[in-house]
Design a protein around this ligand. Structure first.
Ligand code: UDP
Length: 450
């Protein structure tokens, strides 16, 4: 991308401290730094990013001592609420100090916040600082936030973990079973959270998405929100970014991939949060073994629940598959998906993973778990048609069938062809004159004007 000199205005980026949100926030920081802005990352102690990879940024930790009592996998809304509560005052104090130290002629800092860190918007408003929202999920997920209060009013409850195949009114092609599932203690708290997020004030919304990917959702959301949108994705393709992984990447899998033939390997990874049970791991091992396909499998520490004998199970499995399989704790995923040996991705459909796969033209087997993943999975399999869905979760025969379909059969070949075409569209969007390219220039103009 072409450089364009921005004034050295300071941008304070406030990420939500989970891997899938930290990565795009740091990527945006790098992109805007290259446009001449100074970057500060105001982050919680919890999941603090690795500062060494970003020597040009200033990192300001916000005290979040009271957070240790809350676990995001038990009750996400309580976790978010307490995170916002504990970070609000420290953020305000940091910003006041920053403004006081500033030269008279300098522009006020601009806050770029993840909407889940909604207290940052309140602080910006209180200090009369400009603020812009960074949405790290899909446009469709944001649109779904307008759907929840409506379907509840119309009596469609409970919508949590619904198995219903009925289409959600005015939200096609999604079914009730595709709606978000969170671990929640209270649906009312969730609806309150949804209302908070949809009513935040902002001078604009930045999206890690692309015009051509979500046209229908985009048109609908534009009717509901009057602020300018900047779709500048896929951000990870704009620069050779340094790693923003919270876990150490095991690069040995790249040497293993180097030895495999083109498009032969199935990459298996469920992101940074999803957990599986031991019996599901057992089904996965059977499905992978019977498919006879080479695979690279990420088993993140702590991702297998109730794992009394999983080590034994995996040791036996590794012995039986030998060199055909490679198992690591955490992979350099973007590099893996860009590797010519990788021909398929069995994914949980986190938004970053979905974008990373689509950007490389890698077709997917979708096994979404929670949050926005079911919506993303539905897009992959039914709108873009670049993947297949595992409808029954983890069942060895279905897994084997899906792998064979994607990696060996004619239907898989057609899916791969569509994935290659979508990859090309995305490549065009970031080139000069493309939609993401233009949007980024418009964003830089907005930041300089607010
Ligand atoms: N990731 C990675 N190595 C792994 C697994 C995942 O680097 O072994 C990265 C992946 O590239 C993506 C992020 O972790 O950028 C996961 O984000 P996503 O939105 O897909 O899912 P989440 O972790 O939020 O559920």
């Amino acid at each position: 991308m072409e450089e364009q000199g921005g004034r050295r205005r300071r941008l304070v980026l406030v990420p939500y401290p989970l891997q899938g949100h930290i990565t795009p926030t740091l990527q945006l920081g790098t992109i805007l730094h290259s446009r001449g802005f100074s970057i500060t990352i105001a982050h919680s102690h919890f999941n603090s990013p690795d500062t060494s990879n970003h020597p040009d940024f200033v990192f300001l930790p916000l005290s979040d001592d009271s957070l240790s009592k809350y676990n995001h996998s038990d009750d996400i809304v309580a976790f978010i609420s307490n995170l916002n509560l504990s970070c609000k005052v420290p953020l305000q104090e940091l910003l006041i100090e920053m403004i006081e130290k500033q030269e008279k002629c300098e522009e006020l800092p601009c806050i770029i916040y993840d909407p889940i860190m909604y207290s940052a918007e309140a602080v910006a408003r209180h200090l009369k600082l400009p603020s812009i929202m960074l949405r790290t999920t899909s446009v469709t997920f944001a649109l779904s936030f307008y759907v929840y209060p409506k379907i509840q009013k119309e009596g469609y409850t409970p919508f949590q973990d619904s198995k219903s195949l009925e289409l959600v009114p005015e939200f096609h092609p999604f079914r009730f079973k595709d709606l978000t599932v969170f671990n929640l203690k209270s649906v009312d708290d969730f609806l309150q959270f949804v209302t908070t997020i949809t009513n935040l004030q902002t001078s604009g919304m930045i999206w890690n998405s692309i015009d051509c990917l979500e046209q229908s959702s985009l048109a609908q959301l534009r009717q509901k929100s009057q602020v300018p949108f900047f779709l500048i994705g896929p951000m990870h393709k704009l620069f050779p970014f340094p790693s923003s992984s919270l876990l150490e990447e095991d690069r040995s899998c790249i040497s293993w991939l180097d030895k495999q033939t083109e498009n032969s390997v199935l990459y298996v990874s469920f992101g940074s949060m999803a957990t599986v049970e031991e019996k599901e791991v057992a089904e996965m091992t059977w499905g992978l073994a019977n498919s006879k396909q080479p695979f690279l499998w990420v088993i993140r520490p702590g991702s297998v629940l109730v794992s009394e004998s999983v080590d034994l199970l995996l040791d036996d499995f590794k012995e039986s598959v030998g060199e055909r399989g490679c198992i690591v704790k955490w992979a350099p995923q973007k590099e893996v998906l860009a590797h010519s040996a990788v021909g398929g991705f069995w994914t949980h459909c986190g938004w970053n993973s979905t974008l990373e796969s689509v950007s490389e033209g890698v077709p997917m087997i979708c096994r979404p778990f929670s949050a926005d993943q079911k919506l993303n999975g539905r897009y992959v399999s039914h709108v873009w048609r670049v993947g297949v869905e595992l409808e029954n979760g983890f069942e060895r025969r279905e897994i084997e069938r899906a792998i064979k379909l994607l990696m060996e059969e004619k239907e898989g070949e057609e899916i791969r062809q569509r994935a290659a075409e979508l990859k090309q569209e995305l490549q065009l969007s970031i080139q000069k004159g493309g939609s993401s390219y233009n949007s980024l220039n418009e964003l830089v103009e907005l930041i300089m004007s607010v």
